[in-house]
Design a protein around this ligand. Structure first.
Ligand code: GLV
Ligand code: MN
Ligand code: MN
Length: 411
C-alpha cells in the first residue's frame, strides 16, 4: 500500500499557497489569519474526503478515521516561524492526512482509530508546543503567564481563534486512549543529505530554554555624553551576544545558543540606548548540560551588565525538556524503511517537535526526510519531492505496522 504522491503534492501546494511569501516560503505565525486559514483548509479537505473532524479546547485540529480501539496519533503543525519555509510542520500534517485517506480508500479495517492532528503553536510565536502540552496535560501556568511572544499577543491569538485560556487544559487526553504518536518532519539540518540517507530515524530531541533579558541603562545625549560616562544598554546586550557565542563554541561543543532578537529603546540615532530587550534561546541534548549552560550564560549576562553599569532583568519564557524517543518505534521505522528499499540512519533532532511532549504520555517516534543544504526556518527551505513521498510512505507503513503488528512483520 502506498500514498498517492500526486494528490499529496496537490494538497501540499494548496497549503503552501496559504500565507505564501514572495521569497517562496510561508508566513503563518500561530493563530494569525494565515495560520487559521491553513487550519480551516485542513478540516475542509478532510471533511470533503468524508473523514470526521474535531477541534479541541487548545485548538488542536484533527481528522479522524474512527474505529474501536485506542488512537494512533499522526501529526505535526501548520504554524510557521516568521518568514519561514513551506515544509516545516506542513509536510507532517499533510502526510498524516494522506495516511488516513490511503487506509480509507483501501477499505482497510484497522483495530484502532487513526487521527491526523495539527498541533497549536508548535513554533513558539506565542508559547511553544502549546497544543501538544495541553493534550499531554503538562501545560504549565507559568508558560501562559510569561509566554515567549508576550501576554498581549497570546491573548489576541486565543481570541482570534475563539479559544479560552482558562479552558486550554481541557484538551488533556487520557494516555490510555493513545496507542502511539508518529511524526514525519523534514530534518532541518544537513546530516541526512551529507550521509546520503533517505530516511532519518530520530533517537531523541534537544531541550531548549528561552529567556527574555532586559538590560536597563540610562538614555543620554549621543553627542554630549562622553564614551566613558555612559550606561549603554545596547552595548551591554551586544557584548553579551558576542560573549555567548564565544562561551558555547569554546566550552559547550554540541550545544547552541542564539540571540534571535534585540530591541533598543528609545531607538534613535542621537540617543544612547537606555534599554535593551534581548531574546536568548539555548539548546542541549541532555538536561545536566542544559543546566550548566544556563548558569554559564546567565552569569555572563550579569557580568556584561555589571561591567557596563547597567541593571539586568532576567525572565524565563520557555522550557522544553530533552527527550528520548521510543526505541521500539525507532526499530519499526527502520524496518519499514528498509522494506521500502530506503536507506535510513539514526540521528538526534536539534529542532524541537511536538513528539518530545507526546513522548511523556505515549510511545513516540519520528521520521525525518532530508533538507536540501540543511536549510530551515527560512523561505528557501526545500526537500526533494521524492523524499517527501518516501517519508509519507514510511509514515503509512509504520502506522500499519503499529496497527497490525503480526501482519506487518509477516509481510
Ligand atoms: C521549532 O522548530 C524549533 O526547534 O524552534
Ligand atoms: Mn516543525
Ligand atoms: Mn520550526
Amino acid at each position: 500500500m502506498r500514498v498517492d504522491g500526486e494528490r499529496l503534492r496537490e494538497d501540499f501546494d494548496a497549503l503552501a499557497a496559504i500565507g505564501a511569501t514572495p521569497a517562496g516560503g510561508v508566513e503563518r505565525p500561530s493563530l494569525g489569519d494565515a495560520h487559521l486559514a491553513a487550519r480551516a483548509w485542513f478540516l475542509a479537505r478532510a471533511e470533503a474526503a468524508g473523514l470526521e473532524t474535531s477541534v479541541d479546547a487548545a485548538g488542536n485540529h484533527s481528522a479522524l478515521l474512527r474505529r474501536n480501539g485506542p488512537t494512533l496519533l499522526l501529526g505535526s503543525h501548520l504554524d510557521s516561524v516568521p518568514n519561514g519555509g513551506r515544509f516545516d510542520g506542513a509536510l507532517g500534517v499533510v502526510a498524516a492526512l494522506h495516511v488516513l485517506l490511503t487506509v480509507q480508500a483501501a477499505g482497510l479495517e484497522l483495530p484502532l482509530t487513526l487521527e491526523a492532528i495539527d498541533f497549536t503553536d508548535e513554533e513558539g510565536t506565542l508559547v511553544g508546543l502549546l497544543g501538544s502540552e495541553a493534550l499531554a496535560g503538562v501545560l504549565a501556568a507559568e508558560s501562559l503567564e510569561a509566554p515567549r511572544g508576550g501576554r498581549a499577543a497570546l491573548a489576541a491569538g486565543l481570541a482570534r481563534a475563539g479559544l479560552r485560556e482558562d479552558r486550554l487544559a481541557d484538551a488533556r487526553r487520557d494516555p490510555a486512549s493513545l496507542a502511539a504518536y508518529l511524526e514525519l518532519h523534514i530534518e532541518q539540518g544537513p546530516v541526512l543529505e551529507c550521509a546520503g540517507a533517505q530516511i532519518g530515524v530520530v533517537t531523541g530531541i534537544v531541550g531548549a530554554r528561552s529567556y527574555s533579558l532586559h538590560f536597563r541603562g540610562a538614555a543620554a545625549h549621543a553627542g554630549t555624553t562622553p564614551m566613558d560616562a555612559r550606561q549603554d544598554a545596547g552595548l551591554a546586550a551586544a557584548s553579551f551576544a558576542v560573549a555567548a557565542e564565544e562561551l558555547v563554541v569554546r566550552n559547550f561543543p554540541g550545544c547552541v545558543a542564539t540571540v534571535g532578537d534585540v530591541r533598543l529603546e528609545p531607538g534613535a540615532y542621537n540617543v544612547v540606548p537606555g534599554s535593551a530587550h534581548l531574546a536568548l534561546e539555548f539548546r542541549a541534548l541532555e538536561t545536566p548540560e542544559l543546566d550548566v549552560l544556563e548558569t554559564a550564560l546567565l552569569d555572563r549576562a550579569r557580568n556584561e551588565a555589571a561591567r557596563r553599569g547597567v541593571e539586568l532583568g532576567i525572565t524565563p519564557v520557555g522550557r522544553w525538556e530533552p527527550t528520548t524517543l521510543d526505541a521500539g518505534l525507532g526499530a519499526v521505522i527502520e524496518r519499514v524503511a528498509g522494506g521500502l528499499g530506503l536507506a535510513s540512519m539514526r540521528l538526534p533532532s536539534g529542532a524541537g517537535h511536538d513528539a518530545q511532549v507526546l513522548a511523556g504520555i505515549t510511545r513516540a517516534g519520528m521520521i525525518f526526510v532530508p533538507s536540501v543544504g540543511g536549510l530551515s526556518h527560512a523561505p528557501g527551505e526545500l526537500t526533494a519531492w521524492e523524499d517527501c513521498v518516501n517519508g509519507a510512505n514510511v509514515l503509512l507503513a509504520a502506522a500499519l505496522a503499529i496497527a497490525l503488528p503480526r501482519v506487518a512483520s509477516a509481510a
